[in-house]
Design a protein around this ligand. Structure first.
Ligand code: ADE
Length: 229
């Protein structure tokens, strides 16, 4: 898979991809992540990428020309399965959406910023708009990092234990069961006996029951029709 990210704040996207699982996924050549500085596609010598909103109002709007120049330059080399725009009013990014994106070949993510992006970009170039939650971030960069992380870890071979992405919270519509590590007892607080029993079937059953109970207690919406609560 290849992910291209267009942003006017490329520095914000340096560290999320240069450590841990996302770094390893790139070194293993399972994914390529390329961050593109929108300013390099500016049409004036001041490298301007935003301008005042027509009709007035506070906040700057990302201009259409630099974005289109950047998108077209990238499209000249490959076809994108989706051109994603990160925005608080987009479709809610959930595990099923991450699963869907993880089997794509080329994704392009355009980070929203300031007051937004010229609507013509959203209407004519973007194919999917995603929000990572019902709150407003200062820009779409952190959202792009969150989306990329959730997608990349699903690519086969990225996680060392092949099954671990499948047992994540949300993959089966349930949250994950509790986990413990050594010591078996800490200041009188004991690890549940079943986990020390070595009895695989009982452990599996206990984990499932814990997942169901936790989901009922903490995220009952996941058990209903609206899977987003
Ligand atoms: N940009 C600002 N807020 C956002 C959000 N919640 N999700 C995606 N992009 C955003």
């Amino acid at each position: 898979m290849r992910i291209d990210i267009i942003t006017c704040l490329p520095k914000l996207l340096e560290s999320p991809f240069s450590d841990s699982i996302l770094k390893r996924a790139q070194s293993k050549r399972l994914v390529e992540v390329h961050v593109h500085d929108l300013r390099q596609y500016a049409i004036d010598k001041h490298k301007r990428v935003d301008d005042y909103a027509y009709g007035g109002g506070a906040g700057m709007v990302l201009m259409v020309e630099p974005i289109v120049r950047c998108i077209r330059a990238l499209q000249a080399d490959r076809e994108y399965d989706d051109i994603i725009y990160t925005s608080p009013d987009g479709e809610l990014f959930t595990q099923p959406v991450a699963n869907e994106l993880s089997i794509k070949k080329n994704l392009l993510i355009l980070c929203g910023h300031y007051k937004g992006v010229d609507e013509r970009i959203r209407e004519h170039f973007v194919t999917r708009e995603l929000s990572i939650g019902n709150y407003v971030l200062s820009g779409g960069e952190l959202a792009a990092a969150v989306i990329s992380d959730a997608v990349i870890r699903l690519i086969p071979g990225v996680l060392s234990d092949e099954t671990s992405a499948l047992t994540d919270s949300f993959q089966d519509g349930l949250v994950a069961p509790p986990v413990y590590t050594r010591p078996a007892e800490f200041e009188g607080l004991k690890v549940p006996g079943v986990l020390l029993s070595g009895h695989e079937k009982n452990i599996e059953q206990w984990r499932f029951e814990q997942s169901v109970q936790r989901t009922q207690e903490r995220r009952p919406g996941l058990l209903g029709d609206d899977k987003t609560n």
